[in-house]
Design a protein around this ligand. Structure first.
Ligand code: AGP
Length: 617
């Protein structure tokens, strides 16, 4: 889950590539580097840590003559193979110094290739898997191939998923890029007399809105005049040009200190956009523009798949689809699904939930489901991403760019999408009259949600006070029941991700079967205890925690003073239809994690060891 950027054109390339890397830094920030091809030579600059550490090294780089051709590529790393050192930073250069490569992915057979190259006398300068790529390409070039054909030949030797960009001093007018498998996308931006390469759209949105996506097993030659691509079998590859509406400003922090806080506060707008044009508030009819459901076409069984926050969203989705559409739902982690020999019944659908649309585990699971004959759908935020392109139908999250590594608005908008899907499925089922009308009325409830979210965002000045009291604690418990227990899991994940405090989420009823042993006067326990069908049960869980002197921070329905009297701290959320509560109860947990992390001085937008989209297994 590294970030790659490339440029070929008449403008100075270093600022364009550095600007693109800055926008892709959420993909990895262990080290970064650039390669510039000027006057028949390749110059490289690399540095460990954030991109800011690279900038002092750029002064010495000569970025091509004014008005001449500028060929530059860059990389920001999330380390998988080889420690976080300068020598393991990309770009990696061949023995001759005349070929350089940047890479996203894992070369699973790199040890074998390394041994083979070493017998050829290749001395490795790094501990990475990536370096075998540049030496293989160099070997084919030495055998007389041009860069495009050498890249083809090399790609055929690599196991695993890869996305690469290569530059060669002896072919100074081009970059060659290639992709095989699910290792994150390669998108190519088209410009007038220039072209851009990136792992992800936000990296080049400032420079172009016309973007094509390289498919797996394709190699493209990128010059200032344009792009020519071939599949590994040699056939010409043609691509649709996607025109992007996202404006790059949306990917700025604006007046907010962190992207995470900005994105939390964007949820009312994001949910309005996600509902817009999909519910007829008169009739309650639901239309999903990219996942049409004809009457009688609803699947008999659905499997929801995701990783991290998207997996917890799927757990909420199970409550929604089973509750509203009465269709049995299984939920699976993307990383587990294909290794358990899943049983795919006829007329099934597998739906991958993924903000980035590039998560390798989720894509691999969707692939597996297709191989087993299932319909494949997706709920995705990054339009144009692989998950959207490989699925039979998709529902966009419409959250806008999510830059903070810690996913927030994608969680709530993906829940709204599943709510819409559940209503649409119920309406498409002629065999359940009662539920169809119920579904229409539930769909109309959505109209109230943006306002309720706005109120939940503005309601509570309590977060800084809670952060002051609890930022030094090293353990937290999160409890929820029914449709809110996945939200408890999500709350714990948020806290772990951004504050590095150990936290566990549990279905509250499970607490007495073990976790209750952890509770004492030191343990803060966040209890989602809003007024819904399991409220009474949840209140008794709160009392069990208090009986062991635990500290209870309750997420409660506005006005529930009875509960407030039982607990240590209350965060109010407005009353809402039970099925929509998870959207509201998630918000206080996002803000609590944010403020605790800020108080602990953590890097909220780029937490250690994490990256925004996990494109390797
Ligand atoms: C959530 O805050 C994390 N960034 C992570 O768990 C994330 O949800 C997971 O990697 C899945 O990402 P996706 O939705 O882009 O597939």
């Amino acid at each position: 889950m590294c970030g790659i950027i490339g440029y070929v054109g008449s403008r100075p390339g270093v600022p364009i590539v550095v600007g693109g890397l800055r926008r892709l830094e959420y993909r990895g920030y262990d080290s970064s580097g650039l390669a510039v091809l000027t006057g028949g030579c390749i110059q490289v600059a690399r540095a460990v840590g954030k991109l800011a550490n690279l900038e002092p090294h750029l002064d010495g780089l000569e970025d091509g003559p004014d008005g001449g051709l500028h060929v530059v590529m860059g990389h920001t790393r999330w380390a998988t193979h080889g420690g976080v050192t300068e020598r393991n930073a990309h770009p990696h250069v061949g023995r001759s110094g005349r070929i350089a490569v940047v890479h996203n992915g894992i070369v699973e057979n790199f040890l074998t290739l390394r041994a083979d190259l070493a017998t050829d006398g290749v001395a490795f300068a790094s501990d990475t898997d990536t370096e075998v790529i540049v030496h293989l390409i160099e070997r084919y070039v030495d055998d007389g191939m041009d860069l495009e054909r050498a890249t083809h030949a090399t790609l055929a030797r690599l196991h695993g998923s890869q996305a690469i960009v290569v530059m060669r001093a002896d072919e100074p007018d081009r970059l060659v890029c290639a992709r095989i498998g699910n290792a994150g996308g390669v998108c190519i931006g088209l410009g007038q007399g220039e072209a851009f390469v990136a792992s992800d759209v936000p990296g080049i949105l400032e420079y172009t809105r016309e973007i094509i996506f390289l498919e797996s097993a394709e190699v493209a030659v990128v010059t200032a005049a344009g792009v020519r691509a071939r599949r590994l079998d040699g056939a010409e590859a043609h691509h649709r040009v996607h025109r992007f509406a996202w404006d790059p400003v949306a990917a700025e922090k604006g007046e907010y200190r962190h992207f995470m806080l900005k994105e939390i506060h964007e949820q009312a707008r994001a949910i309005t956009d996600t509902i817009r044009g999909r519910v007829d508030l008169e009739t309650g009819d639901v239309s999903l523009e990219d996942l049409p459901l004809e009457p009688g076409s609803a699947p008999d069984r659905i499997t929801l798949i995701g990783c991290g926050t998207s997996a917890y969203s799927a757990l909420v989705g199970k409550f929604l689809i089973e509750g509203i559409a009465r269709i049995p739902v299984e939920v699976d982690y993307g990383s587990e699904y294909r290794y358990r020999q899943p049983l795919v019944a006829p007329n099934s659908a597998v739906l991958g939930i993924t903000q980035s649309g590039e998560t390798a585990d989720t894509l691999a699971a969707m692939d597996e489901a297709r191989k087993r004959g299932s319909r494949v759908w997706s709920i995705v935020n990054a339009i144009g991403s692989q998950a959207q392109r490989v699925s039979d139908g998709h529902i966009a999250m419409r959250a806008g760019p999510e830059i903070g590594v810690c996913s927030t608005k994608a969680f709530t908008t993906s829940i709204v999408d599943q709510y819409l899907l559940a209503c649409a499925l119920a309406i498409a089922r002629p065999d359940i009259q009662g539920s169809r009308d119920a579904a229409r009325s539930l769909a109309r409830d959505l109209a109230r949600l943006p306002n309720l979210v706005g109120r939940a965002l503005d309601a509570n000045p309590i977060y800084e006070e809670l952060a002051r009291r609890f930022h030094h604690r090293e353990h937290f418990l999160y409890l929820g029941r029914g449709i809110n227990y996945p939200v408890a899991l999500e709350g714990a994940l948020k806290l772990k991700e951004v504050s590095y405090i150990h936290a566990e989420g549990y279905p509250a009823g499970e607490m007495k079967h073990g976790p209750i042993a952890l509770i004492d006067e030191e343990m803060p326990v966040v209890c989602i205890c809003v007024r819904d069908g399991v409220y009474e049960k949840m209140v008794s869980q709160v009392e069990q925690v208090k009986a062991r002197n635990g500290i209870v921070i309750a997420i409660a329905t506005e006005g529930d003073t009875a509960l407030a009297a039982k607990v240590d701290h209350v965060i109010w959320v407005p009353e809402a239809p039970a099925m929509l509560n998870p959207v509201l109860t998630a918000i206080p947990l996002q803000l609590l994690a944010y403020h605790l992390a800020v108080r602990r001085g953590c890097d909220v937008d780029q937490p250690r060891n994490l990256a925004k989209s996990v494109t390797v297994e």
